[in-house]
Design a protein around this ligand. Structure first.
Ligand code: MTE
Ligand code: HPA
Ligand code: MOS
Length: 638
């Protein structure tokens, strides 16, 4: 059965890549167009869902909506995003003929799942398979599970041919085969009091899972837990639906549904404020959670700094002064408009699947005084290994240069979780630290006995005394464990918080935009490595900007599918949306100069085309551009 364009239908193995690619070109595939469902709207129309029932209910939604002075309804549409990691999906499988062993080198965020799944496909035990990962040329979630099908296909080939097989997808193959960020649709009904307090929030969330469920349930769950963003609402009902469609299987992408959930909220905030004629920042500030309040999934907020961060960014960015300057600029320019937005964020840190919140490490001290560490996480550019080396050096109290990390491998540390959910430095860091503490304890008597000696001499003495200089470490995140049926138990170990203020200028005639300035503040606790964390914040922000402004996945309705990607961990990504909301603010000004007071309902990404149309001036009206929701001028947004 075939489900989508780009589905793998077979494997051609040849002696060189060139021969294999030529052979692929000779394969004739006959397509017949079957009934198909591409977009969320089409899935809803055809009742095409994966059987998933997820809801979070707090308070009394009916009563809340009834008691509200105003009730607003709307729809928020959010597009997908191609990972565009530098290195495409790649795997090398080496069969070891003796004892049916297999060595896998894969560009995967998930060595254990690769090992276990290959074992089950080959019908052998996992103890005969080692998956080794030196580093990835970027993953961004796209290699959390979608790296595995390639390893499976190659493993079957290697099994039959008894030869090593390697494959690295070409970019076009990678884009068409592997999944992307989930497009989302939120349908909402929100009740507000006349003094601007949120009272009730009823949201139906739909995500486009593609042809297989993959991680879509977990992505949907995270979106549902982030749809409050930073605001307290006493009565909440969130219902999640997972749409089954005939596109690639959508998957993890930095933020993992969180940004999509928060995008729905922030659109709600803007549209309600505009409809009520109140200032959106006052509206936001009035509804920010305060310390000790509970989220809709009943987690009490401790160490809650968002109101402080929000005010700090507001001050540092000279928000009020620039607001006036921008209003002045806009009154003097018809075809260029500036916009300003200040967006807060919180991101829940923990895998929502409890069992994944565990990690292991293995540390050897060799008797020349050098240290080798291994842990469960993979390096994909996020600087994880550097942080792990720092933790080991600090715990063992040795110079950083004496500690080395070779690779991640399933025969060094077993049963590892995917490197994901922004928890890797927390959980692997504790595991490394626990292993090093054990070793430091064993070396303590020697250090005390030989205070003037070098580490090498101390280790050597311990070795001669037959002390075990290897240790493993383990860590599981304490306190967490949420029950979806009862809406109780702690979902996240903690939240990472931040805010960003962005000013943009749009060209009303072309729909183009320029970011003039962004002020951003993240509370990252006590940073292990400041340079890495700043890099993560900047990288996530820019990736978030791409997501909600210029990157757009379009499906052409003629049977061919073309994806056009122009283009600390996850938490800062959503702040890229400050650009989107600044654009929205500029569009509002453009409309106002035309005495067009209609509320702006902007779907993401705000591409030049969308921005141009949203300005909705006399030129657009004269063009009579007809556009159905969710549809660009010439192709379908899924
Ligand atoms: N940074 C780089 N350079 N490359 C990546 O692939 N992935 C992101 C983020 N930062 C990624 C990245 C994603 S999706 C996650 S979940 C986290 O890194 C995972 O790593 P961490 O847990 O060590 O933060
Ligand atoms: N985040 C990222 N990846 C995941 C999660 C999650 O919450 N759950 C399963 N895989
Ligand atoms: Mo990140 S999307 O959790 O790999």
């Amino acid at each position: 059965m075939h489900y989508y364009t780009g589905q793998i239908i077979g494997l051609i193995v040849a002696e060189t890549q060139a021969i294999a690619q030529e052979a692929v070109g000779l394969v004739k595939v006959h397509y017949s167009e079957l009934p198909h469902i591409l977009s969320i709207e089409e899935a809803i129309e055809n009742n095409s869902y994966f059987p998933v029932n997820r809801r979070i209910v707090k308070g009394d939604i009916e009563k809340g909506l009834e008691e509200a002075d105003f009730v607003f309804e709307g729809e928020t549409r959010i597009g997908g995003q191609e990972h565009f990691y530098l290195e495409t999906q790649a795997t090398l499988i080496i069969p070891k003929l003796e004892d049916k062993e297999f060595e896998i080198h894969s560009s995967t965020q998930n060595p254990t799942e690769t090992q276990i799944t290959v074992a089950s496909v080959l019908g052998i035990d996992a103890n005969r398979i080692v998956c080794r990962v030196k580093r990835l040329g970027g993953g961004f979630g796209g290699k959390e599970t979608r790296s595995i099908p390639l390893s499976l296909a190659l493993a079957v080939g290697a099994w039959h041919l008894k030869k090593p097989i390697r494959c690295m997808l070409d970019r076009d193959e990678d884009i068409i085969i592997s999944g992307q960020r989930h497009p989302f649709l939120g349908r909402w009904k929100v009740g507000v009091t006349k003094d601007g307090k949120l009272l009730a929030m009823d949201v139906q969330i739909y995500n486009n899972g593609g042809w297989s469920a993959d991680l879509s349930v977990a992505v949907l769950e995270r979106s549902m837990t982030h749809v409050d963003n930073c605001y307290y609402v006493p009565n909440v009902r969130i219902i999640g639906h997972l749409c089954k469609t005939n596109i690639h299987s959508n998957t993890a992408f930095r933020g993992f549904g969180g940004p999509q959930g928060m995008m729905i909220t922030e659109n709600i905030m803007c549209e309600i404020a505009d409809s009520m004629g109140i200032d959106v920042n006052d509206f936001r500030e009035k509804n920010l959670y305060v310390e000790g309040q509970q989220t809709h999934f009943n987690q009490t907020l401790k160490d809650w700094h968002v109101p402080l961060i929000y005010r700090q960014v507001k001050n540092d960015s000279e928000f009020e002064k620039r607001r006036e300057e921008i209003d002045k600029f806009n009154s003097e320019h018809k075809w260029r408009k500036r916009g300003l937005a200040l967006i807060p964020t919180k991101f829940g840190i923990s895998f929502t699947a409890l069992h994944l919140n565990q990690a292991g490490a293995l540390v050897h001290i060799y008797h020349d005084g050098s240290v080798l560490i291994s842990h469960g996480g993979v390096e994909m550019g996020q600087g994880l290994h550097t942080k792990m080396l720092q933790i080991a050096a600090e715990t063992l109290d040795v110079p950083l240069e004496t500690v080395h990390l070779m690779e991640t491998a399933t025969n060094l540390v077993g049963n590892t979780s995917a490197t994901a959910a922004s928890v890797s430095s927390d959980i692997n860091g504790y595991a490394v630290s626990n292993a090093c503490k054990t070793l430091a304890e064993r070396l303590k008597p020697y250090r005390e006995k030989m205070p003037d000696k070098s580490f090498k001499e101390i280790v050597h003495a311990a070795y001669f005394d037959r002390v075990n200089l290897s240790a493993n470490g383990f860590y599981k995140t304490p306190d967490i464990g949420y029950n979806w049926d009862k809406n109780e138990g702690q979902m996240f170990f903690y939240f990472t918080m931040g805010a960003a203020c962005t000013e943009v200028e749009i060209d009303v005639l072309t729909g183009d935009h320029t970011i003039l300035r962004t002020d951003l503040c993240m509370d990252i606790g006590r940073s292990i490595n400041y340079a890495i964390d700043v890099g993560q914040i900047e990288g996530a922000f820019v990736q978030g900007v791409g997501w909600c402004t210029i990157e757009e996945t379009l499906h052409f309705p003629n049977g061919h599918t073309i994806h056009s990607s122009k283009g600390v961990g996850e938490p800062p990504l959503f702040l890229g949306s400050s650009v989107f909301f600044a654009i929205r603010d500029a569009i509002k000004s453009a409309r106002q100069s035309n005495n067009n007071g209609a509320t702006v309902a902007l779907s993401s990404p705000a591409t030049p085309e969308i921005i141009r149309l949203a300005c909705d001036d006399e030129i657009v009206k004269n063009c009579k551009v007809e556009r159905k929701d969710g549809e660009s001028a010439w192709a379908l947004r899924v």
